[in-house]
Write a protein that binds this ligand. Structure first.
Ligand SMILES: Nc1ncnc2c1ncn2[C@@H]1O[C@H](COP(=O)(O)OP(=O)(O)OP(=O)(O)O)[C@@H](O)[C@H]1O
Ligand SMILES: [Zn+2]
Length: 719
């Protein structure tokens, strides 16, 4: 009998299949192959450890070919198994995160295109957009389409008329290897203690999870850089995960200064040639230090000794489409399978992480003070009930005075409001109509810079209508409430001479733009930064001494279980940008409830009291991490079908002590991208095998073709 192998085929809905070994070859687990499926050939990966009897019938087909891809190593295979099992995903879906497209890996040479200088014979709006965006860029058709946010057809059209010229490039170059001893800093005593604990764990090998908690500006980066150096000295690889790719450029520069050579980057903004080079080098071990977005967790590292999750409290580590996983938790699991060190670094660790540290599962390292003797900023409240801004304005007199003083001293100001665009709501003065997204239960957000209304959920855009779409009255639409663009308008009107930078995902669209921003702020070309949560992370600007939080109450309205925690962390982080160097920092929180526990904890710098109270509440209510949650989101384009399916699921709900199913209820976002949505929430004791129960439940309920059920284990979004 021919030897056979089990292959996970890259096709949703299909389980693993058995194939005969190709004649005269033996295949290892982890090998990417082509296999016949019906009349086609599809990609798959030889897998091990799967249950189920082997195929014994006649007509076993043979593996058609071996793909020139690195093996998926054993620890990564086990991680894939775990992710598929825990998050109820298909192995094929998880493997799609591991394997890049074959096209990107098959070729040694890559054809890239760049602007040739020729003008197009015909200029469409799409073409103008592409021309503006592609200045100075090179990439494949797909890279350029993504960079310019136009279709590949538009790019191919420009190639055909000679506006984009082809050039053949070798797959990208790797930076020189990092040198662990290039420029180590002298550490302060608390830093040195923490660094020693980390380097010892890395040198010893074996699974070692850490929480590195250090106040903002305490020099966590310098501490974990020592752990990276230890991993490099031991001949292994290290990975740093960042919550936001926009931050990679500034961060890369810091690591380059420490190690004499930049790390290898991994994120969605890479060109195909760079991606190919990085992937190959990560797999064969030449890429020693990698900095990446959460997707880097699924790369086939040859010898991963250390993973750092920087800003580990960030909820953007939770992936909300495709496989719904939490990169922080997956990083810990990968370290466990690799037998490696993992460090969760944060000034405001999540309650989940704090509890692990209290239980002793993670070792807790603490940096209690800022580096270089810098003081923590002075935080106080601006009571909007007592000193409100004038009508139609959002900056109250005490904050305005502080801004003027700071500018007069030649120092920099940061204003934080976590809302993109100009105004969150556009309303008709005549009939009260609110302009909604046609596809979602959401208001259209005005973006004055682009003169459009945009839905932040589905991306739908339209121009601001000249008349009310409901009553037809002309010129009655008014913008309600502020977004960052509106704050910028107010700032420009009040401090006309100040140089302003708007920092949102609309303006900082790439690592290159982020780097330019950092350079402008460091070069004192900017006086006032106005931004969304993007400005709360990681930045270190010595001349920035005033932070104003425009609406400290904003995050609390959502009411989900982490609303307070998230608001606290966000404000503490943005406050932490003030006075990080020699000059003292000051933070003003505009709020309607200065007496609230959360505000008081921020003002008095009493994070411990805040977290103790939040943790106790979670424990009392058996909420995560003391209990478990999973959400099922049932959706269909047809409302009755979504409703009926959600009802059917509820009726078939597992009856089991320690487990409770709530709902169905229409989701707060009752319609999203044209689909009607219902939610069920499952709460369970920690000891209940939640994933297995969910899996059994879901296969028992037949659902219509139009119905989709998304399972979100450990949900962070309750919309
Ligand atoms: N041992 C050291 N020697 C020289 N400079 C240091 C040292 N430790 C920290 N620094 C500097 O102090 C500043 C703050 O450090 P860093 O940005 O790492 O803080 P952090 O803990 O990451 O803060 P945050 O959480 O707010 O981002 C940086 O400019 C860093 O280069
Ligand atoms: Zn929408």
């Amino acid at each position: 009998m021919a030897e056979q192998v089990r292959v996970v085929v890259m096709q949703a809905g299909l389980g693993p299949l058995d194939y005969a070994m190709p004649a005269g070859q033996s295949l290892e687990a982890g090998q990417a192959v082509l296999v016949p499926l019906g009349p086609r050939q599809i990609m798959g990966v030889v897998w091990d450890g799967l249950e189920g009897p082997a195929f014994t019938g006649k007509g076993l087909r043979a593996v058609a070919g071996v793909l020139p891809l690195p093996l998926v190593p054993e620890p990564l295979r086990r991680l894939c198994d775990w992710v598929a099992d825990y998050y109820l995903a298909s192995l094929a879906g998880v493997l799609r995160m591991v394997l890049p497209s074959v096209a990107a890996l098959g070729e040694r040479q890559i054809v890239e295109y760049r602007l040739s200088g020729t003008q197009p014979p015909r200029l469409t709006p799409e073409r103008s957009k592409a021309l503006a965006a592609l200045e100075g860029r090179a990439g494949t058709v797909r890279d350029l389409a993504r960079a310019a946010d136009v279709s590949e057809a538009v790019i191919r059209g420009l190639v055909n008329v000679g506006v984009l010229a082809a050039e053949t490039v070798p797959a990208g170059q790797l930076p020189a290897p990092p040198d662990p001893d290039f420029a180590p800093p002298a550490l302060e005593p608390a830093q040195a203690d923490a660094a020693r604990a980390l380097t010892e764990a890395v040198a010893a090998g074996g699974f070692a999870p850490f929480l590195l908690e250090g106040v903002t500006g305490s020099g966590k980066t310098e501490v974990y850089a020592e752990a990276i150096a230890a991993a490099l000295r031991a001949g292994g690889q290290a990975l740093v995960l960042l919550p936001e790719i926009a931050l990679t450029a500034a961060f890369t520069a810091r690591l380059a200064a420490r190690f004499g050579s930049p790390p290898v980057a991994w994120h969605s903004d890479l060109k195909t040639s760079e991606r190919r080079a990085a992937y190959a080098a990560i797999a064969d071990g030449r890429a020693r230090l990698v900095v990446g977005a959460r997707s880097a967790l699924f790369l086939p590292f040859k010898d991963l000794r250390l993973t750092i999750v920087d800003e580990a409290h960030e909820t953007s580590f939770k992936q909300e489409d495709g496989v719904h996983y939490h990169a922080r938790d997956v990083a810990v699991m990968r370290a466990q399978f690799e037998g490696a060190t993992v460090v969760l670094a944060s000034a405001t660790p999540a309650i989940e992480t704090r509890v692990q540290a209290e239980r002793g599962t993670y070792r807790h390292l603490l940096l209690p003070a800022r580096f270089g003797g810098a003081a923590m900023p002075d935080i106080s409240a601006v009571d909007l009930r007592k000193t409100p801004p004038v009508r139609g304005r959002w900056i109250a007199p005490p904050l305005a005075a502080a801004i003027s003083e700071t500018l007069a001293r030649g120092e920099q100001v940061l204003l934080f409001l976590n809302r993109r665009g100009y105004a969150p709501l556009t309303l008709c003065r005549a009939c009260g109509e609110k302009i909604n997204c046609p596809n979602c239960t959401a208001w259209m957000v005005e973006h004055r810079l682009t003169r459009r209304l945009a839905c932040h959920h589905c991306g739908h855009e339209m121009t601001v209508p000249p008349a009310c779409p409901s009553c037809g009255e002309p010129d009655t639409l008014v913008a309600c409430g502020p977004g960052v663009e509106r704050i910028a308008e107010e700032v420009a009107a009040t401090w006309g001479a100040a140089r302003i930078a708007l920092v949102t995902s609309d303006t900082i669209t790439s690592p290159a733009r982020a780097a330019a921003l950092v350079a402008a702020v460091e070069g004192r070309e900017i006086d006032i930064l106005i931004g969304t949560q993007l400005v709360t992370k990681g930045f270190h600007f010595p001349e920035l001494t005033l932070v104003g939080v425009i609406d400290a109450d904003l995050g609390l309205s959502g009411g989900d279980l982490r609303a307070s925690e998230r608001t606290f962390a966000q404000i503490a982080q943005v406050a932490g940008r003030a006075g990080r160097s020699a000059k003292p920092g000051r933070v003003l929180l505009q709020t309607h409830q200065p007496e609230a526990r959360l505000m008081q904890a921020l003002i008095h710098g009493d994070a411990a009291a805040f977290y103790a109270h939040e943790t106790a509440t979670r424990r009392d209510l058996t909420l995560p991490p003391f209990g478990r949650l999973a959400a099922l989101i049932v959706s269909s384009e047809k409302e009755p079908e979504a409703r009926a399916a959600a009802q059917a699921l509820a009726e078939a709900a597992p009856a089991r002590t320690g487990l409770q199913v709530l709902g169905p209820a229409p989701a707060p976002l009752a319609m999203l991208r044209g689909r009607h949505r219902f939610r069920l929430l499952v709460t369970a004791r920690r000891t209940v095998p939640l994933s297995a129960i969910l899996r059994d439940w879901l296969v028992r309920v037949p659902l219509g073709n139009s119905v989709r059920v998304v399972v979100d284990v450990d949900p962070y979004s309750f919309m």
